[in-house]
Design a protein around this ligand. Structure first.
Ligand SMILES: Nc1ncnc2c1ncn2[C@@H]1O[C@H](COP(=O)(O)OP(=O)(O)OP(=O)(O)O)[C@@H](O)[C@H]1O
Ligand SMILES: [Mg+2]
Length: 324
């Protein structure tokens, strides 16, 4: 069964230097209660993909060029603004890296939470207040009654993040999109936040988890998609992708993992750089960094092919007619 199904999503930005295609034909799906990891280096299009799903791309300069985002039978890219607002926060909620992008600096925490409740639920003021406060408790915010009266800036970064997570979880959405939810936090707080996210799986909430950190993917996810240069280059179950990564890029990401132990969370260990979306090369976009590159990679563009059961990779090495 599928909760969310994305087909051929294409998103562009008009910049001074020209149009860039930040998301270029991305397709994937998430089942109810499933945790899907989305990984890839900086700039490859992860956040733009996530924002595109509920049409949160700033426009201009951004534009969703084509695609469908089917959420329980509704194409979110075609939904009226009113219906879409109802989906956001209520059925799909988002957790960002930067909590202050989701919280208003001008209003007290209690007011922000209760307003979100009123928007989607029929509750008395008192009930909503109690309900919001109980969620601050659940996400581990000490002295919740007092915090309800605080402004976001009066809380630490970790506490702000917890408030945003309470906001994302309290309406029991069917899907949570979490974009680097813990990158800005210390290791202890990170672990606590992941415990919270894990606990919510009991409600059968699905999660799209965006991260640079393959260690986090391993701990949290059921399936993985790997993005490189605006496209998906590999997708599969956690076991398939970790035990037999098919794309040399994924293998490069894996090779970076042992370094995690030394406290290096960022995947900067593949030699070379992600090409600029302004001038992607013809052929495979990973060609200039690929240890396995051969002639065909510079001439033809590899599309995703099956290389195992529900395991896909966009690499000529896994093509049935490969000639390396
Ligand atoms: N508002 C914008 N205007 C112009 N270009 C943008 C805008 N937002 C994103 N982009 C471009 O889209 C591309 C993809 O960006 P995106 O933020 O999705 O990367 P990412 O994979 O999330 O990276 P990171 O890991 O650093 O968060 C980048 O080239 C980026 O510069
Ligand atoms: Mg991002």
């Amino acid at each position: 069964m599928t909760l969310l199904s994305v087909e051929n999503l294409e998103i562009e930005f008009a910049t001074d230097e020209g149009v860039i295609r930040a998301v270029d034909g991305v397709s994937f799906h998430i089942g109810p209660g499933e945790v899907l990891g989305l990984v890839g280096e900086s700039g490859c299009g992860k956040s733009v993909t996530a924002l595109g799903l509920t049409r949160l791309i700033p426009s201009p300069p951004g534009r969703i060029v084509s695609g469908t985002v089917d959420f329980e039978g509704r194409n979110l890219l075609k939904l009226s603004v009113r219906d879409l607002r109802n989906v956001r926060g209520n059925e799909i909620s988002m957790i960002f890296q930067e909590p202050l992008s989701a919280l208003s600096p001008l209003h007290r925490i209690g007011r922000q939470l209760t307003e979100a409740i009123f928007f989607h639920r029929r509750m008395s003021k008192k009930e909503a207040w109690q309900y919001a406060q109980s969620w601050l408790n659940k996400v581990g915010i000490p002295d919740a009654p007092a915090r309800m009266h605080a402004y976001p800036f009066q809380l630490s970064g970790g506490m702000q993040q917890r408030v945003m997570i309470a906001m994302a979880l309290m309406l029991a959405p069917k899907l949570i999109i979490a974009d680097e939810p813990t990158t800005a936090l210390d290791v202890t707080t990170q672990a606590q936040i992941f415990d919270l996210i894990r606990a919510m799986r009991q409600n059968h909430t699905a999660l799209l988890l965006i991260t640079h950190d393959m260690g986090v993917v391993w701990e949290m996810c059921d399936r993985v998609i790997v993005m490189y240069a605006s496209r998906i280059v590999e997708s599969g179950s956690l076991e398939d992708v970790f035990d037999s990564p098919a794309h040399p890029y994924t293998r490069g990401l894996m090779a970076a993992i042992p370094k995690l132990a030394a406290g290096r969370n960022y995947l900067t260990d593949i030699p070379g750089q992600v090409p600029s979306p302004m001038n992607y090369p013809a052929g495979c976009r990973f060609q200039d960094r690929c240890p396995k590159v051969f002639d065909r990679c510079r001439l033809e563009d590899p599309f995703l092919v099956e290389c195992g059961k529900e395991h896909m990779a966009a690499c000529f090495l896994v093509y049935p007619d490969k000639e390396a």
